[in-house]
Write a protein that binds this ligand. Sequence first.
Ligand SMILES: Nc1ncnc2c1ncn2[C@@H]1O[C@H](COP(=O)(O)OP(=O)(O)OP(=O)(O)O)[C@@H](O)[C@H]1O
Ligand SMILES: [Mg+2]
Length: 266
Amino acid sequence: MSHDQAVEIEGLRHYFNVRGSLVHAIDRIDMTIEAGQFVCLAGPSGCGKTTLLRLLAGFMRPSEGTITVGGERVRRPSAERGVVFQQPMLYPWLNVRKNVELGPKLRGVGAKERRAEAERYLTMVGLSDFGDRRPYELSGGMQQRCQIARVLTNDPDIVLMDEPFGALDALTRERLQNELLDIWRATGKTILFITHSVDEAVFLGSRVLVMSPRPGRVVLDEPALFSEPGEQIAAERIRAMPEYNRLRERVRQAIQETPTAAAATG
Ligand SMILES: Nc1ncnc2c1ncn2[C@@H]1O[C@H](COP(=O)(O)OP(=O)(O)OP(=O)(O)O)[C@@H](O)[C@H]1O
Ligand SMILES: [Mg+2]
């Protein structure tokens, strides 16, 4: 990355207007995501994780506060911020390969080069034999893998991923976790990764965030120093570390603690 692409979130609040009444989705978030961080975000269902991701992507404007990337206000979606949606989003009239090649094609990358890039990521997600299929001919998990390949082929500086591995079987999930870590270590991309799995959050992230129930605030923000950029430690070794398991426990508790439960225990 040529310049510092830190993400600055200041005084962020968000409300939805639902048939005349306001749903308070995000209470107040102030934080900086440094370029190259792998931030994992967990929290109970409905706490505002997807809302935060959509605001960062530029799909909508925050009700209050600002988001900047590299000092520039986020006002609209950008090819520099790739989004893996919670539900696979593919063009049904394009086959798998053309879906994956679309980003580079729109950026004017030549046919041969974009074909090679698409092939590389289709192989990575285990779909190299399915390039000619249409999305509706794939299972949900395969569609999700296709979406991941499409976003990575586009080579964005910032990758925003909303429970990308939620629909995958355990083995595929583990394989893609390791592939994503390899890509992060090799490229230093900034990643925001939403997950419901405490283990996944602590294993993948260089930093772990937990949001409170709606309206969402950040209630835990800790470094997870088990996999630094450039460094590769075996997964079994990481999972055997006492610090790893202590952080996992703190994250688990932060997710479970509701404001009422916290008040009751003082
Ligand atoms: N477009 C919308 N219109 C109205 N309300 C919305 C909209 N999108 C989200 N909400 C509300 O905002 C709150 C936060 O939703 P959000 O999708 O961000 O949660 P989440 O943390 O991603 O949950 P999950 O883990 O289930 O995906 C919820 O109460 C939801 O009903
Ligand atoms: Mg969500």
